[in-house]
Design a protein around this ligand. Structure first.
Ligand code: DSN
Length: 415
């Protein structure tokens, strides 16, 4: 952890809450698939004095003085991002995933242009054209669905629908889909209909780097990602693209949308890119998938129905219908036992998104703590006991204690 001594004196109320949250993270099982634990080096860069600096513009072209070191920092982040992902161009300024996607749309579409992505309730994202999001309000969005039987994306269906709808941007991107995406095929469809291919790889960026998921490059025109999920960096965003789109994207980020870039976070992203380029990170990415596969097998043995029947990546989507519990009830019960998950819609969801039938789990964070396949059997066992006995408060308290003890073997920020 970064040193909190000054905070302890200056703002004890905030200090105490941070200490409590640290303890919560340390003593529970973090299974939200979009969360992770960053290294101390990443934390230190985020907590650095770089937050003091205004640097509107780009390296060598700033609107403020005093940016000689900031320029070097941002250029290192750009160079590392390009090299890590094998991209021709990188913009490291987006503050998170949604602004990264927004910048791409602003750069390449006019209001009213058509955008096509996976339907939100089937595993897409708000920024992929949902009617409640700017992407569905400003642009004409049409969504493809997964197959009703397999619950997977059928590329023949995507092709037919794309040929009919002719979107300007065709997205290959998911947030709750446990299978691989065929980026090559998506890009070929986009090329055939004259669309720009775009992959938002926020969930799987670390798996792509670890070569346990297909790579969107060299096929895809534009790739966006967050940096805090499987990539294990600071909470932020990144745009990678072919050279020809670079200038328009830079302009859309600044001055189009954002003001001063968060250079402390950009430095932390650079640290994360360096960490992700190591053989240890590739091993980590492989272990995420091994753990997810083992966790899904164990859950199936306990009688859980998994959407698509299993997983190829870091994520598992449980359909709880046969267990007689809703996603919200399951999430709350597991919370009481120290297991953090999030409720989620399943394909063709019969319930409401606020209390859906599904539960979304993932292994990136527990893999960062050093857990392996044998621990996944224990984790599945705890999930099963909680779900099967969700009305039993004393059992949940007992499991809470078991998990607290278990987590001590996998310390997080020990000091
Ligand atoms: N909110 C993220 C997730 O949890 O998947 C997507 O942006």
């Amino acid at each position: 952890m970064v040193n909190l001594e000054s905070l302890k004196d200056g703002d004890p109320e905030m200090y105490n809450l941070i200490v409590k949250e640290t303890s919560r993270q340390n003593s529970g099982l973090e299974l939200i698939p979009s969360e992770n634990f960053v290294s101390k080096a990443v934390l230190e860069a985020m907590g650095s004095i770089l937050t003091n600096k205004y640097a509107e513009g780009y390296p060598g072209k700033r609107y403020y003085g005093g940016n000689q070191y900031i320029d070097l920092i941002e250029q290192i982040a750009i160079d590392r991002a390009k090299s890590l992902f094998g991209a021709e161009y990188a913009n490291v300024q987006p503050n998170s995933g949604s602004p990264a996607n927004m910048a791409v749309y602003f750069a390449l579409m006019e209001p009213g242009d058509k955008l096509m992505g996976l339907e939100l309730s089937q595993g897409g994202h708000l920024t992929h054209g949902s009617p409640v999001n700017f992407s569905g309000k400003l642009y004409s969005a049409s969504s493809y669905s997964v197959d009703k039987e397999t619950e997977m994306i059928d590329m023949d269906v995507v092709r037919k629908y794309a040929e009919k709808e002719k979107p300007k941007i065709l997205l290959s991107s998911t947030t709750a889909y446990p299978r691989e995406l065929d980026f090559k095929e998506f890009s070929e469809i986009a090329k055939d209909i004259g669309a720009i291919s775009m992959a938002d790889i926020a969930h799987i960026a670390g798996l792509v780097i670890g070569k346990v998921h297909q790579d969107p490059f060299p096929f895809t025109d534009i790739v966006t990602t967050t940096t805090h999920k499987t990539l294990r960096g600071p909470r932020s965003g990144l745009i990678l693209c072919k050279e020809e789109y670079g200038k328009a994207i830079d302009k859309a980020v600044f001055p189009g949308m954002q003001g001063g870039p968060h250079e402390h976070i950009i430095a932390a992203k650079a640290v994360c890119f360096k960490e992700a380029a190591t053989p240890e990170f590739s091993e980590y990415a492989k272990q995420i998938v091994k753990n997810a596969k083992k966790l899904s097998e164990s859950l199936i043995e306990h009688g859980f129905r998994l959407v698509t029947g299993g997983t190829d990546n870091h994520l598992i989507l449980i359909d709880l219908t046969n267990k007689g519990i809703t996603g919200k009830e399951a999430q709350n019960s597991l919370d009481e036992a120290g297991i953090t998950t999030n409720r989620n819609t399943i394909p063709f969801e019969p319930r409401s998104p606020f209390d859906p039938s599904g539960l979304r789990l993932g292994t990136p964070a527990i893999t960062s703590r050093g857990m392996k396949e044998s621990e996944m059997e224990q984790v599945a066992g705890w999930i099963n006991r909680v779900i099967e006995n969700h009305g039993d408060s004393s059992l949940k308290e007992k499991i809470r204690e078991e998990i607290r003890e278990f987590c001590k073997e996998f310390p997080l920020y020990p000091e």
